[in-house]
Design a protein around this ligand. Sequence first.
Ligand SMILES: Nc1ncnc2c1ncn2[C@@H]1O[C@H](COP(=O)(O)OP(=O)(O)OP(=O)(O)O)[C@@H](O)[C@H]1O
Ligand SMILES: [Mg+2]
Length: 467
Amino acid sequence: MTPLTTAQAERLLLYVARSPDDDLAAHLKSRGWNISIARSTHDVARLARPDATCAGIVDLTSFAARDIAGLESALRQQQIGWIALANNERLADPEVRRLIRHYCFDYVKIPVANATIDYLVGHAYGMVTLCDLDFVAGVATAGDDEMVGTCEAMQQLFRTIRKVANTDATVFISGESGTGKELTALAIHERSQRRKSTFVPINCGAIPHHLLQSELFGYERGAFTGANQRKIGRVEAADGGTLFLDEIGDLPLESQASLLRFLQEGKIERLGGHESIPVDVRIISATHVDLEAAMRDGRFRADLFHRLCVLRVDEPPLRARGKDIEILAHHILHKFKTDSARKIRGFTPSAIEAMYNYNWPGNVRELINRVRRAIVMAENKLISAEDLDLEHFTAQQTMTLAQAREAAEKRAIESALLRHRHRLNEAATDLGISRVTLYRLMGAHGLRDASASDEKTLFGGEAEGRE
Ligand SMILES: Nc1ncnc2c1ncn2[C@@H]1O[C@H](COP(=O)(O)OP(=O)(O)OP(=O)(O)O)[C@@H](O)[C@H]1O
Ligand SMILES: [Mg+2]
């Protein structure tokens, strides 16, 4: 594992502008950004730190058109997540559009609220953090998979993984379904001295009880009808490596007794065999059920539990991981975005909000499924709460009744306008209001783009609205 330091230590921000906006700089500073200001490409070269991830703002409006090409070398720096500030004049230039497309995480037309810029650079910073996986805290590797986690609970988990990996003691991993128990087991194996040998997982819940003994310990030829040749069990197959017993709570009592014997003696006997075979494995087990309750009910042996649980690792549920929900969502999007021909760039603010409001009973696995589905379903460049099937979780916690009414009114107007392709007469009739009232409400909800055709529709009495 690469050394993991504190993820949220200090967020660096490089603000590139010929004439920087002092208000904006002060706002960003107050939001905790450690901001450096570059007034030229020369300054960028001096201020950018190749070894540190950082967010970047490039104000394209503040540079003369002839200077813009010179910014490319600054924009190319991979450790900086760029947001461009632009205006219509700049955006008319194909070269500017190319620079934004190639190098920027996003752009906004100014003037724009400082809070919006703060929000966008936050995301750009998050994205670049993900790209720079080898050097940035918050990511560990397990096989080909990365384990993302910057919150305190996950940092604690990473520390535990590192400590636990150094020993040969049994590890018991507890956590809700989909929290990453198997990934953690693999991460422990890969950081241990056993990494050159195999990691053998077995899902005790998925194998029929009568087959479990032979799956775990193997059998000799002729041990039972149909045993035509010797079979090596999973415990033996893991010799020198790590055996991962998943869903250990489902292990029947018979296998619990055999496993306990193996843990005490370090030897196995194949079914139908008489020989005791020494096997050297490290055992990691996991369950999403309450083993304490299973022990109370007599379904799980307490003596086996104490053998299995010399060291204990608890996986935090996704809902308790704060900002990691968003970081993971971007990580998953990044990983699977090629599933769609569309160029999906991120999530809408309400999709992000919904992700925070939702409870995630299926944890990371559920997040992966929802994001992958959304990648396929999304009709825009940003994944919406609807694409994630979480539209009921937007703004739920904080909406007042007045806000709920307003949102419902806006939705009704939008869909009436859509149904009638912006013909105000018909939409107004549908909504049971006058055309003038509709026009006023459209203005209030920001649904009127003050186009001449709308005016004409209203005041000139033409049937067709804008198209
Ligand atoms: N921190 C993480 N970062 C990135 N991916 C993760 C993380 N945790 C889990 N995953 C991914 O989520 C999925 C579920 O993880 P895993 O199978 O390890 O969970 P589990 O706890 O064993 O689930 P179950 O209880 O359903 O067996 C996997 O695809 C895994 O790669
Ligand atoms: Mg699992």
